[in-house]
Design a protein around this ligand. Structure first.
Ligand code: FAD
Length: 339
């Protein structure tokens, strides 16, 4: 058990939710509905993951399927934009007066002998706080932890794992690593600013997960030669002005291409240390935490998970559409425990 912050007085809370993403917010609303005012700890601002989406992105879900707490989310568009979603979740948090401590990260969850938890936090200035609570919901998502390539040059400033918008890449030679929706969407946007685009993808053919309404447009651009698509290959090195590409077929030689920027859009993985340090079990193969799907309670009584953190290595198994319902299960279980 960690000794950090052991001299600080703990503030008592009815329940603590770690992470104010859509699924953490949804859990908070469901707890409110059973008479608990949880404290949300958020290491950035509310729905930080959505804030980090590409600036002009539209959701693939309809607004209705992104609603939490039964609060209507309407949009004049088929699919809401990032900006509309930021406004919706922000408004929900403010109007329902959710108690969010922004810019305060949970650093440890320490199970106590009486079954409660001490939750240790650190704010952006290094200030430490400690809370004590009978129930903790971990809803920390996955967006902070991109799947790293582990190749030389990945640390260069010209490499990013987050695509914001196309403007900075106008007229530049841009390599996109990956072949799923984020890679395809970024490529289509980069076309409009006159970037010279190369997509390097390890798959042999177009990914089946590409949105069906985008795939023909993307394929059309590849067929016309507007986007260079390199299948069955990986980027194995990044230099200041080049990338090195290795075909999957190891008998083929690697080659270099001129390059100004690299967008490594290879997905994200949930980080589980907070959970495992608190005694939660995680399957070594799938990386899925042990939990009861009826209640979202982990193997540690009183410690719950909500949202993408409940997914395995393939974080795409859980979306807002599905993870927003975890809060209802958690609230039902906590109500039982308090009866
Ligand atoms: C480009 C893109 C488009 C998408 N489109 C859709 C869509 O159309 N429909 C859909 O259903 N899903 C979509 N998704 C998936 C969706 O974004 C995720 O499923 C969703 O964000 C998961 O919500 P969450 O609350 O579990 O986690 P997150 O949204 O990742 O929130 C976790 C929060 O926890 C905070 N946090 C992390 N660690 C700590 C800590 N130690 N202490 C305090 N706070 C912490 C983070 O700052 C973050 O705010 C999309 C994802 C991407 C990347």
């Amino acid at each position: 058990m960690k000794e950090n912050n052991s001299n600080l007085n703990a503030k008592q809370e009815q329940a603590i939710i770690i992470g104010a993403g859509p699924c953490g917010l949804s859990a908070a609303l469901e707890l409110q509905a059973i008479g608990i005012e949880p404290l949300l700890l958020e290491k950035n601002a509310v729905v930080h993951s959505i804030y980090q989406y590409p600036t002009y992105m539209n959701f693939f879900s309809t607004a209705e399927l992104l609603e939490i707490g039964g609060i209507p989310f309407t949009s004049p568009n088929d699919k809401p934009s990032r900006r509309e979603a930021l406004q919706y979740y922000r408004d929900v948090a403010l109007r329902r007066q959710l108690r969010i401590r922004a810019y305060e990260a949970a650093t440890a969850i320490l199970p106590q002998e009486d079954g409660a938890f001490r939750v240790e936090t650190s704010d952006r200035f290094g200030g430490k706080r400690v809370y004590e609570t009978p129930y903790v919901v971990v809803a920390t998502g996955y967006f902070d932890h991109p799947n790293l390539l582990g190749i030389p040059g990945e640390e260069l400033p010209k490499v990013t794992h987050f695509f914001g918008e196309a403007h900075p890449y106008t007229g530049m030679k841009v390599a996109i690593i990956g072949g799923n929706n984020s890679a395809v969407d970024a490529a289509m946007e980069l076309l409009r600013v006159g970037a010279e685009i190369t997509v390097v993808y390890r798959g042999e053919d177009y990914s089946p997960s590409i949105k069906p309404w985008v795939k023909p447009l993307f394929q059309g651009m590849v067929n016309k030669g507007n986007i260079r698509m390199i299948f069955s290959s990986r980027v194995v090195g990044i230099g200041e002005n080049t990338i090195t590409v290795q075909p999957n077929d190891q008998d083929s030689e690697s080659y270099t291409l001129d390059n100004d920027f690299v967008l490594a859009l290879t997905g994200f993985r949930p980080e589980r240390t907070l959970l495992t340090d608190a005694g939660a079990e995680v399957d070594a193969e799938s990386t899925i935490p042990t939990f009861d799907p009826e209640t979202m309670e982990s193997n540690v009584p009183g410690l719950f998970i909500a949202g993408v953190i409940a997914a395995g290595r393939e974080a795409n198994e859980i979306f807002i559409e599905s993870g927003r319902h975890h809060g209802e299960l958690i609230a039902r279980r906590i109500r039982q425990l308090r009866e």
